[in-house]
Design a protein around this ligand. Structure first.
Ligand SMILES: Cc1cc2nc3c(=O)[nH]c(=O)nc-3n(C[C@H](O)[C@H](O)[C@H](O)COP(=O)(O)OP(=O)(O)OC[C@H]3O[C@@H](n4cnc5c(N)ncnc54)[C@H](O)[C@@H]3O)c2cc1C
Length: 431
């Protein structure tokens, strides 16, 4: 994507204005906020990150650790509409809706279904692919500077299918990947056994995606990057953001439970909690959450060589430095309902059939809130105030797109050309 076909809120490439920001407040210390902070700091700006908790304790804490350099698929693929009734009926299925949340979710769900139209999916996949191509390089820049390149693994990932039916069901995704020039290698049963001997022998089909990478510990990654940010003079403040004090040209202060912070510009990277603060900055976004679960096995006795996506059940098994993690499932249930850990137990039940000999002692469970917009395309954008920037809505791929989001936000703050067509990521796009 070489041109800026839709202008951002300021004219791209224009000289840095005299009132260019010097001090930027970043709201949110998840992977996205910390990467934004680091890229802004690289530009010589003073940066304060504000989060109600320590870095990485939100959704970035428990994901599947994949930096999905080959990703280009939205969640709402053509035909999703026929799955909605099943989502309502099976609370433990890979995609489920909590009944009590349905009235609140309805507007988001309608937009989600609309985004699954084939013509839209084609455009969406291009916007996602543009990000994923830069995802691993953008991380390498930060990880190299932080001295943590040993946390990155570039072994690809494997999608595996037990049944012909599941593999047939994946053909649409494979076709979309082919259209986007994603590198793939189709594998048969024998090759799968050679490549991943820990896998149950009845998996018949596999697809290797060599462009995917992963980190050996996604939570430690945020912590290490945050430490690097602080070592280079950045500030991390543990306070709840409540709102903004605004002047005629935009916010001048971020208001928190403990006081206020004078800023020249603000980057909102509060993950699934960004909607209310976005509204205060003058925009409405259809942001909701796809809740996801994981089970962590510290001593699993069996360890795959690389992350494996189990296509039949829709979850990922990732080898981490502190054990094996099964992560996935989507539950549409908002930010307030209690977790349903039966969903994590289902992951474990299925995992047992995938990895014979699995040991479960010391297992832990976790739930997190993916920040999700209906079309799966993250918001990476300026706003109608020149000094407001938005970086959230990364859904299933917030780790993947964390570093490239940081790079793009720094470009937008500096009013530099990004090299991307930023139209698809705008906060005010047609939802
Ligand atoms: C089960 C599961 C598996 C996943 N696997 C992957 C994967 O393998 N690869 C991938 O790329 N993505 C994956 N994801 C998605 C990824 O984890 C998220 O997209 C990503 O963590 C979002 O990062 P973030 O920084 O936007 O949000 P968060 O990590 O949630 O950070 C937002 C921060 O904002 C803070 N905050 C919010 N409101 C306020 C406020 N008012 N005041 C102060 N602070 C505030 C929160 O405390 C939080 O720390 C997965 C998600 C789940 C649930």
């Amino acid at each position: 994507m070489a041109n800026e076909s839709q202008p951002m809120f300021r004219s791209a490439g224009a000289a840095r204005p005299a009132n260019a920001p010097r001090h930027v407040g970043v709201i949110g210390a998840g992977i996205v906020g910390i990467c934004c902070a680091l890229y802004l700091q690289r530009d010589g700006l003073r940066v304060t990150v504000i989060d109600r908790g320590p870095p990485g304790e939100g959704t970035s804490k428990g994901n599947a650790a994949i930096i999905a350099g080959a990703s280009c698929e939205p969640v709402a693929m053509p035909g999703i509409v026929w799955r909605v009734p099943g989502m309502l009926m099976d609370p433990l299925g890979p995609l489920a809706i909590r009944w009590s949340y349905l009235p609140q979710l309805a507007p988001w769900l309608l937009k989600f279904v609309a985004a699954s139209a084939p013509s839209r999916v084609e455009l969406i996949s291009k916007a996602l692919r543009a990000l994923s191509l830069e995802a691993v390089p953008a991380f390498k820049t930060l990880m190299r500077e932080a001295g943590i390149m040993d946390m990155l693994r570039e072994d690809g990932w494997l999608s595996v299918y037990r049944s012909d039916k599941s593999f047939a069901g994946a053909q649409h995704e494979l076709e979309l990947s082919r259209q986007n020039n994603v590198k793939m290698e189709i594998l048969g049963q024998h090759e799968l056994r050679q490549m991943e001997p820990t896998l149950a022998p009845d998996f018949k089909h596999g697809v290797l995606y060599p462009e995917h990478a992963h980190t050996v510990n996604n939570f430690r990654l945020v912590q290490e990057l945050a430490r690097h940010f602080v070592n280079r003079g950045g500030r991390v403040v543990q306070e709840e953001v409540l709102g903004f004090r605004k002047g005629p040209d935009g916010p001048t202060h971020i208001l928190t439970g403990a006081g206020e912070h004078a800023i020249d510009a603000v980057v909102l990277a509060a993950g699934a909690w960004s909607k209310r603060l976005t509204k205060m900055l003058g925009h409405r976004v259809p942001l909701d959450t796809e809740r996801g679960y994981h089970v962590m096995l510290p001593n699993p006795a069996v360890m795959p060589r690389r992350p494996i996506h189990i296509g039949d059940y829709g979850f990922v098994a990732t080898p981490l430095e502190h054990g094996l993690r099964f992560a996935g499932t989507v539950e549409l249930g908002g930010l307030d309902l209690p977790p349903n850990y039966d969903r994590a137990r289902v992951l474990l039940e299925r995992g047992r059939t995938v990895f014979p000999g699995l040991k479960e002692e010391g297992k832990t469970e976790w739930m997190g809130f993916r920040p999700s917009v209906p079309d799966s395309v993250p918001v990476i954008s300026g706003g109608h105030f020149d000094n407001c920037f938005f970086a959230y809505g990364h859904g299933h791929l917030g780790l993947t797109y964390g570093a490239i989001t940081g790079r793009l936000i720094a470009d937008l703050v500096a009013n530099r050309a990004t090299g991307f067509d930023m139209g698809p990521y705008r906060v005010d796009r047609r939802w």
